[in-house]
Ligand binder design. Structure first.
Ligand code: C5P
Length: 232
C-alpha cells in the first residue's frame, strides 16, 4: 500500500522558479510529490527539481522523451542522477527498451505515454497509423509491460481496462482528476479522486484544482483524504 499522501502528484504548471517556490512553500507537508513538465522545466525548473529532491520531495519529470536509443539512455541517466522518481517516455519499443535499461540501479521509474489524449482516430490516421486509439493504447500497453516499463500514464477512464491488460505490477498514473466541486477547465474526460482510485489508479496527477485553488494546501489535503478513504 502506498501512503495516500504519496499518491497525489501536484503538477507545478507555472512559468518561473519563483512561482514554483512560492507554491511549494504554501503547500508544505501537504504535498510530497511534484510533476515538472516543459513549462517550468525549460524555465529553470530542472535545477529546482534537484533542490526539491534534496528537500525530500519526490519528482516526476514529464518530458515525454523520444529519440534514438543512445540519446534516450544518456538523458535517462542524467535524470536518474537528479534523484527523480518518475520520468515519461513515448511508448515506442526502442525508446522504452533504452529507458528501462538506463534506469537500472537507480530509483527512477519509467512511465510510458501510449497515445496522447489529445489524439483521436483521425489524428492517428494523419500520422500514418492504421490503428484506432483503443487498439494502439492496448498494443503499446502490452509492449510496455513486456519490456519491463514501470508504469503507464492513462486517463482514469482507461485505467480499469489497462489494469486488466497489464496486471498489478505496473503503476497507473492518471491526470484529468477533478474533485466533485472543482471546474473541469479544458479537461474533456474527468474523474473524481475516489472514482480514479476505484478504477485502479495508483497515482493521481492534479494541477489547477490545487495550484489555482483559493487555498491550495486545503485543496491538497482534501484530495489526500479522499484518496485515503477510497483506498480503504
Ligand atoms: O490542471 P490539470 O489538473 O488539468 O493538470 C493536469 C496535468 O496533467 C497537466 O500537467 C497536463 O499536462 C498533464 N496531463 C494531462 N493529460 C494527459 C497527460 C498529462 O492532463 N493525458
Amino acid at each position: 500500500m502506498i501512503d495516500p499522501r504519496e499518491r497525489l502528484i501536484v503538477a507545478l504548471d507555472v512559468s518561473s522558479v519563483a512561482e514554483a517556490e512560492a507554491m511549494v512553500a504554501r503547500l508544505g507537508d501537504a504535498v510530497a510529490f511534484y510533476k515538472i513538465g516543459y513549462q517550468l522545466g525549460f524555465a529553470g525548473g530542472l535545477d529546482f527539481a534537484r533542490a526539491l529532491t534534496d528537500a525530500g520531495k519526490q519528482i516526476f519529470i514529464d518530458m515525454k522523451l523520444h529519440d534514438i536509443g543512445n540519446t534516450v539512455a544518456q538523458g535517462v541517466k542524467s535524470i536518474a542522477r537528479m534523484g527523480a522518481s518518475f520520468l515519461t517516455v513515448h511508448a515506442y519499443p526502442q525508446t522504452m527498451h533504452a529507458a528501462v535499461d538506463a534506469r537500472a540501479g537507480s530509483k527512477l521509474r519509467i512511465l510510458a505515454v501510449t497515445v496522447l489524449t489529445s489524439y483521436d482516430d483521425a489524428d492517428l490516421a494523419a500520422a500514418g497509423y492504421d490503428f484506432t486509439v483503443p487498439e494502439l493504447v492496448a498494443e503499446r500497453s502490452s509492449q510496455a509491460r513486456d519490456i519491463g516499463v514501470d508504469g503507464l500514464v492513462c486517463s482514469a477512464q482507461e485505467a480499469a481496462n489497462i489494469r486488466s491488460l497489464v496486471g498489478v505490477d505496473m503503476a497507473l498514473v492518471t491526470p484529468g482528476i477533478r474533485p466533485a466541486i472543482a471546474d473541469a477547465d479544458d479537461q474533456k474526460r474527468v474523474m473524481t479522486p475516489t472514482a480514479a482510485i476505484r478504477a485502479g489508479a495508483d497515482y493521481l496527477v492534479v494541477g489547477r484544482p490545487v495550484v489555482a485553488a483559493p487555498d491550495p494546501k486545503a485543496a491538497a489535503e482534501t484530495i489526500v483524504a479522499e484518496i485515503a478513504a477510497a483506498a480503504r
